[in-house]
Write a protein that binds this ligand. Structure first.
Ligand SMILES: *Cc1c(COP(=O)(O)O)cnc(C)c1O
Length: 390
């Protein structure tokens, strides 16, 4: 429910207070956990697949933060799939050549089955996006992109897409509502994998879509019910609890990421690092757009080693950094993305994605130095994953 004064509040305040139950005597401060699949007939919600009170509280907070109507899903992929379901049969989707691999896999599958036609572009190349959107139904952007940290010129791409009659989606997972406001730049639909920074503790899967179009929000809610993609009550609770501290966590994570990125640049020649990708570095191709369009570069960077074996071996030999997929948690995680057989061949073999947590940056750095030392004398031991991609 909208709060009486929320228009006047800054985002850091909304993070703490939006989506709470009405402040009545005896009412709890937090939306209660509600483990129920069904409800007594006659109320607003009758079955949990239509959404729960905890999910509605989270939606209210996210809607206030993005200034739109939020719809929560069971995961980022459930949300992405529901959005892609709205493309008419045979419609053209313009999509990034490298993006979150699950979304790319879903698009490839829809294309292979003849449901949609996909045109892939480098979304950092605005002119190429402008050419590709002719006749398209949907432009899918992801900025900053996973795992290459490309930054799209959101207003320019959106203008070109709208001129061509296409709907624009932006996966803003890396930015969160604090670092980027795609709806303010004209984007029609924003997607967040709240599994990442918004939840922030690597303990829940959840996805959120925000739009300003009521009809589209209704369509998305209907997809959610039909596909069975509503988030669980516990997940909604955990993510809303995580959201309360997003500003503090993200700031620390971002400070740490900049510190690690700079130190990696300093040892680049010695470690065989071809490139450090982080839009907070002045020589990064995304730096200018990040300064112009975002409130900060975020907490994820990617480091490209010349030698993929050294990259893999280093990732396996850290003691503090966790060798695991995913990102955006309080703990630092890293992985060589191409260890997943289905990751895009446009992602370099030696690229290690690093999600920088909120630990002490000196400890994080010392752990990387030790891991590289150990890796130089050893090879890879971990088996190649067999799942498609995460
Ligand atoms: C993780 C991720 C997703 C998918 O979210 P899940 O919650 O894992 O389903 C989508 N987009 C991006 C950019 C991601 O990092």
């Amino acid at each position: 429910m909208p709060l009486p004064t929320d228009d006047a509040w800054h985002r850091d305040t909304l993070l703490v207070h939006a989506g709470r139950p009405a402040p009545l005597p005896g009412a709890p401060l937090n939306a209660p956990l509600e483990p129920a699949s069904t409800f007594h007939a006659g109320g607003a919600v009758e079955y949990a697949r239509d959404g729960t009170a905890g999910g509605a509280a989270l939606e209210s907070a996210m809607g206030a933060l993005e200034d739109g109507i939020a719809v929560a899903f069971a995961s980022g992929m459930a949300a992405a799939s529901a959005i892609l379901d709205l493309v008419p049969p045979g419609g053209v989707v313009v999509a990034p050549r490298t993006a979150y691999a699950g979304v790319s896999a879903r698009l490839a599958e829809l294309h292979a089955r003849g449901h949609v036609e996909v045109r892939y572009v480098d979304v950092a190349d605005t002119a190429a996006v402008g050419r590709a959107v002719e006749g398209a139904a949907l432009l899918w952007l992801e900025s900053p992109s996973n795992p290459m940290l490309h930054i799209a010129d959101l207003p320019a791409c959106t203008e070109a897409a709208h001129a061509a009659g296409a709907v624009v989606v932006c996966d803003s997972t890396f930015a969160t509502p604090l670092l980027q406001q795609p709806l303010l730049m004209g984007v029609d639909v924003v997607l967040h994998s709240a599994t990442k920074f918004i939840g922030g503790h690597s303990d829940a899967l959840l996805g959120i879509v925000v739009t300003r179009d009521e009809g589209r929000a209704d369509d998305l809610r209907l997809r959610r019910t039909i596909l069975g993609a509503a988030p669980g009550s516990l997940e909604s609770y955990l993510v809303l609890r995580g959201l309360r501290t997003l500003a503090l966590r993200l700031r620390r994570s971002q400070d740490n990421a900049l510190s690690i990125a700079r130190r990696l640049q300093q040892v680049a020649a010695d470690w065989g690092i071809r490139r450090v990708r982080y839009p907070g570095l002045v020589d990064d191709p995304g730096y200018e757009r990040c300064q112009r369009l975002m409130n900060g570069p975020g907490g994820v960077l990617a480091v490209e080693f010349d030698d993929p074996e050294l990259a893999q071996s280093m990732a396996e030999r850290t003691s503090l950094w966790v060798h695991a997929t995913s990102l955006g948690g309080v703990e630092s995680l890293l992985e060589r993305r191409r260890r997943w057989p289905a990751e895009s061949p446009d992602v370099p073999e030696g690229l290690v994605r690093m999600s920088v947590g909120i630990e002490d940056p000196d400890d994080l750095w010392a752990d990387l130095v030790e891991a590289v030392d150990r890796a130089r004398g050893a090879g890879s031991t971990d088996p190649v994953p067999t799942q498609i991609v995460h």
